[in-house]
Design a protein around this ligand. Sequence first.
Ligand code: AKG
Ligand code: FE2
Length: 356
Amino acid sequence: MAESVEVEIIGNKSAQELALNPENVPNNYIHKEGGVGFRDALLPSESDDIEIPVIDIGNLTSPSAAQQELHKLHSALSSWGLFQATNHGMTSLFLDKVREISKQFFDLPRREKLKYVREPNDIEGYGNDVIYSENQKLDWNDRLFLKVHPEDQRNFKFWPQKPNDFRNTIEQYIESLRQLYEVVLRAMAKSLDLEEDCFLNECGEEASMSMRFSFYPPCPMPDHVLGVKPHADGSSITILLQDKEVEGLQVLKDNQWFKVPIIPEALVINVGDQLEIMSNGIFQSPVHRVVTNAEKERLTVATFCVPDSQKEIKPVDKLVNESRPILYRPVKNFVDIYFEYYQQGRRPIEASKIIL
Ligand SMILES: O=C(O)CCC(=O)C(=O)O
Ligand SMILES: [Fe+2]
């Protein structure tokens, strides 16, 4: 009993506060299996000729270039499960603005940020890991989690009033991301020879978007602590704005960790579990993690596009045939089971996989 109270208190300390006291990193952040080599990863371009693909979003809709770009997209999503999206319609200046206002929020005094603090058992708002069990390993980051789409789901009490251009900037960002989401889901369907609205329809009119602003302070024990534990996302797709200068994201491919390099003007787009299910496993929801850095802080903005929770998510009929039997059971309300599985270090998609 006493122990669980202690865990709650430690969990309530922000990573920013813990970083101020480098002598004392709490045990529940420490991965015992860590040590030299814990953070190692290959740079994709350095190993043979495998690279994380860069997709020109403009080409996906251009009559002359689409075929080749769709082919590249198909191969990116079935091998890596992610790609770097360029030419997506947002200027570098605008992306810098999104980074800047996000950073300004985390730079506010703790007492100001606490105005937006999440409820103990809810995910929306400012805070860190929801604690499910005493043995749970915690992630070295502070975050602000907001439901951003549809509009009537926005809880403005969690939206920072400082900096004062936060709301405007994020609303503009969401507009652009909505368009990008539709272009990408259509292209994904076309690359599988499906009707172009197929995945959009499967996700439903009530598909939603949530945004997670993550701040990773410098960490005194980078060989033993992770920014985010290995996981795959529970979304249809996730659109990530990376820090412009500090790396940290790594993706698992063929049992090997690879760094996701920084391309300042690009957005990283990855498949989530729910699209892996719809594609009957042709597209992969990649396992990824974030490592920490002893000297530098890092900030990212992840947008999770999530199918309507009332819709049954299942493999698209046309992707099931004799040579490719159905690999997943239908699931509903996937996000609900997601967080609990995640904190236990389990992959929620296993709940849907059919063992052949
Ligand atoms: O911050 C990052 O680079 C990735 C964060 C992430 O994977 C997540 O929030 O699901
Ligand atoms: Fe993720």
